[in-house]
Design a protein around this ligand. Structure first.
Ligand code: HSE
Length: 311
């Protein structure tokens, strides 16, 4: 096999209580990537459609993730990449993660899968380091492993694939402004009152338990963020109203998607998730904020290889 096309999905990091540790993979929303082997060793990006991003390997998140892979592989192989970028940069649904994770999964496939998913996550994290200065794994892990993931540790890297209840569906609303992850991290407080930390880790444990027991009420009770959301909410237009509308429409929970400005809700079933989307959209229709909405199931597979018919 000399060439491959793939779908690199968007993702939701944090999932309210799990800042930098929890993430989930979205279905239907994502980038397309086309990767070919080349006779010239090294890695080159020859085209990026849809977004104005650097083609230069060292300045592009897919480029640095690919270089991390090729340095570890340590044999003279060459690749060229084209990206059809459909996730907007700075939208909060893992734009950089899709590029970084997609490229390393694709190269791995073309080379006969020399690396494990955990090793691929480590390469993709280099893309996140370039994007925001912090090599967090909570977006790249679900893009590579699918479903819900928990990053227990980044050093040494230890990532756990969690159960994804089949009926869970996600709603994501993206107000069309850009919030850079680095800026959204800069507003966070470095010290946390012990009581808030206790509540937060209780909710992370309970959410993981809720996912395994497929206990939607427990999932709902656990989708609470006492630490990061209060600091970041002011970056998002109409955040409190979005949350109230989502809850009133029957969402299990609602919070900031990754570092924002997208806001996500989780619901039981696609019908409910669509109703939640309508109620969240009402907020932006009323205050005149342009937006995009996505409603989709949780993607259990992560990056998906495409045949020539749907590439
Ligand atoms: N956990 C990261 C953050 C995700 O919230 O800053 C960024 O996409």
């Amino acid at each position: 096999m000399d060439r491959i096309s793939l779908f690199a999905p968007a993702s939701i990091a944090n999932i309210s209580c799990g800042f930098d540790v929890l993430g989930l993979c979205l279905d239907n929303v994502g980038d397309l990537m086309h990767l070919q082997k080349s006779d010239t060793p090294g890695f080159r990006i020859t085209e990026i459609k849809g977004q104005n991003l650097p083609l230069q390997t060292e300045k592009n998140v897919a480029g640095v993730a690919a270089l991390a892979f090729l340095n570890a592989y340590n044999k003279p192989v060459g690749f060229e990449l084209q990206i059809d970028k459909r996730i907007k940069a700075g939208s909060g649904i893992g734009s950089s993660a899709a590029s970084a994770a997609g490229v390393v999964v694709g190269i791995n496939k073309l080379l006969g899968e020399p690396f494990t998913p955990l090793e691929l996550i480590a390469f993709a994290m280099e893309g996140e380091r370039l994007a925001c200065g912090s090599a967090h794994a909570d977006n790249v892990a679900p893009v590579i492993m699918g479903g819900f993931t928990l990053v227990r540790s980044t050093n040494p890297l230890d990532v756990i694939a969690l159960n994804s209840p089949l009926e869970l569906a996600a709603t994501v609303i993206h107000p069309e402004i850009e919030v850079k992850t680095a800026d959204a991290r800069a507003v966070l407080h470095n010290k946390i009152p012990l009581k808030k930390a206790i509540n937060q880790w209780a909710n992370v444990g309970a959410l993981v338990s809720g996912l395994y027991r497929e206990d939607y009420d427990l999932i709902s009770r656990s989708l609470v963020d006492e630490i990061v959301e209060p600091a970041r909410a002011m970056l998002i237009p109409g955040f409190d109203q979005l949350k109230e509308n989502a809850k009133n429409a029957g969402a299990l929970g609602c919070g900031i998607s990754g570092s924002g400005p997208s806001v996500f809700a989780l619901s039981r079933g696609m019908t409910k998730a669509n109703q939640v989307a309508e109620s969240m959209a009402e907020v932006y229709n009323k205050i005149g904020v342009p937006y995009e909405v996505h409603v989709c199931p949780i993607n259990p597979n992560g990056v998906q290889f495409l045949d020539s018919n749907n590439a």
